[in-house]
Design a protein around this ligand. Structure first.
Ligand SMILES: CC(C)(COP(=O)(O)OP(=O)(O)OC[C@H]1O[C@@H](n2cnc3c(N)ncnc32)[C@H](O)[C@@H]1OP(=O)(O)O)[C@@H](O)C(=O)NCCC(=O)NCCS
Length: 307
C-alpha cells in the first residue's frame, strides 16, 4: 500500500533490528522493543503478516503489531487481534502514518476472518479508526492486613511441561466467562518466559496448590487454582494487595472472602475495541449497557506482563 510518500507493508525477518530502533526511539525506552521480541518468541499466534511496518523511502518510520489471539466474548471463543505497540518516529508524526498502519492491519484481519481488534491506549487517538471504550481493568483488591497467616507451608516450583494440562484446564475455569480474556493453549511459552515470575506452588506431598504470575509491587497478574482451601493458603503466603482477576472468575466465586477482598469490574476509556466483522461487539455492548453483563477484562498474553 502506498500513501503519500510512505508505504505500509508486512514485516520481513530482516526488519527486526530496524523495528527495535523505531520502538525504542518512538517510546524513548526499550520496553516496547523487548515486548515485540518476546511476542515473536513466546506467542504461538504471532504471524509476521500482521506486524505492520511503515516505510519512508528505505527507512522504517513506524510499526503496529497485531497479534492473533482467541478471546472469550459472550461465552464464545472469537478470533481477535491484540493491537500494540503502535509507534511512529517523532519526526514523522501527524502525516497519517499511524492511521495508515492501523487501517492496513484492520483490512488484513477482516479479510482473514478476525472479528475484533482490541487495545489499551490513548482514548483521544483511536476512536477515529473505529475503536470505542469497551472493556476495563477489573481487579480484586485485597486488604493484606486482614489475611490470616498461612496454615501450611508451600514450595514454589518453576512451571514444567507436566503442569501444562492442569494449567490449561484451570485457566479455562477462571476465564471462560470473562469477556476479552485470551484463551491459553498448551505451548510452554504461554505460561512461562525469562523475566516473569511464573510459579507453581506445591504442598510438601507434591500437590499443586496454585499457579501465580508476577508479583511486582504487591500485584499478582494471575492466580489459578482448583482447591479453595489451598488457594487461600497461597494467598496467605504471597499476600498480594491486588489480583488481576475478574468477578466472573472461579477465584472470585469460590475463594474470595468479603472480609479481606473485593472484586470489581470497571469500564475504562483506555480499554478499546473495534469491530472487524460488523456487529461482532454489538450483543456484548448492549448487555453491558443494560447491566446484564459486567465489563470484561483482558488477561494479556505473557510478554505484556513485563511492560
Ligand atoms: C500515537 C502515534 C502512533 C500517532 O501516530 P501519527 O502517525 O502521528 O498519527 P496520525 O498522523 O495517523 O494521526 C491522525 C490524527 O490523530 C490525531 N493524533 C495524532 N497523534 C495523537 C496523539 N498522540 N493523541 C491524540 N490524538 C492524536 C490527530 O488529530 C491526527 O490528525 P491531524 O494531524 O490532522 O491533527 C504517535 O504519536 C506515536 O508514535 N506516539 C508515541 C508512542 C505512543 O504513544 N503510541 C501509542 C500508545 S497507545
Amino acid at each position: 500500500m502506498a500513501e503519500g510518500s510512505y508505504r505500509v507493508l508486512s514485516e520481513r525477518p530482516e526488519d527486526e533490528d530496524a523495528l527495535d530502533i523505531v520502538n525504542c526511539r518512538g517510546f524513548r525506552r526499550m520496553s516496547e522493543a523487548h515486548l515485540v521480541r518476546n511476542i515473536r518468541e513466546y506467542c504461538p499466534g504471532f504471524d509476521r503478516r500482521y506486524s505492520v511496518v511503515a516505510w519512508g523511502g528505505d527507512d522504517v518510520i513506524g510499526h503496529v503489531l497485531f497479534t492473533p489471539v482467541d478471546i472469550r466474548l459472550m461465552r464464545e471463543t472469537v478470533r481477535a487481534l491484540l493491537v500494540g505497540p503502535v509507534v511512529v518516529l517523532p519526526e514523522q508524526r501527524r502525516r497519517g502514518v499511524g492511521g495508515a498502519m492501523l487501517r492496513f492491519g484492520h483490512d488484513l484481519g477482516r479479510h482473514d476472518g478476525f472479528e475484533v481488534a482490541f487495545l489499551a491506549g490513548i482514548p483521544s487517538y483511536y476512536p477515529q479508526f473505529g475503536y470505542k471504550a469497551c472493556y476495563g481493568f477489573g481487579k480484586i483488591t485485597i486488604d493484606t492486613a486482614s489475611l490470616p497467616a498461612p496454615t501450611r507451608e508451600l514450595e514454589p516450583w518453576p512451571v514444567q511441561p507436566a503442569d501444562i494440562e492442569w494449567l490449561v484446564d484451570r485457566h479455562a475455569a477462571e476465564w471462560s466467562d470473562v469477556d476479552f480474556a485470551c484463551v491459553r493453549g498448551a505451548s510452554m511459552g504461554e505460561w512461562t518466559m525469562p523475566g516473569v515470575e511464573a510459579l507453581v506452588w506445591r504442598t510438601s506431598d507434591g500437590r499443586r496448590a496454585a499457579y501465580t504470575l508476577g508479583a511486582t509491587e504487591g500485584k499478582l497478574e494471575m492466580l489459578l487454582a482448583d482447591d479453595p482451601v489451598l488457594a487461600r493458603v497461597v494467598l496467605a503466603t504471597v499476600r498480594p494487595s491486588e489480583l488481576g482477576l475478574h468477578p466472573n472468575g472461579w477465584f472470585a466465586r469460590h475463594v474470595l472472602d468479603e472480609a479481606w477482598g473485593v472484586a470489581r469490574a470497571d469500564r475504562s476509556d483506555a480499554a478499546m475495541a473495534c469491530e472487524l466483522r460488523e456487529g461482532a461487539l454489538q450483543p456484548y455492548l448492549a448487555a453491558v449497557d443494560e447491566g446484564t453483563r459486567l465489563p470484561g477484562r483482558p488477561n494479556w498474553v505473557l510478554p505484556f506482563v513485563l511492560c
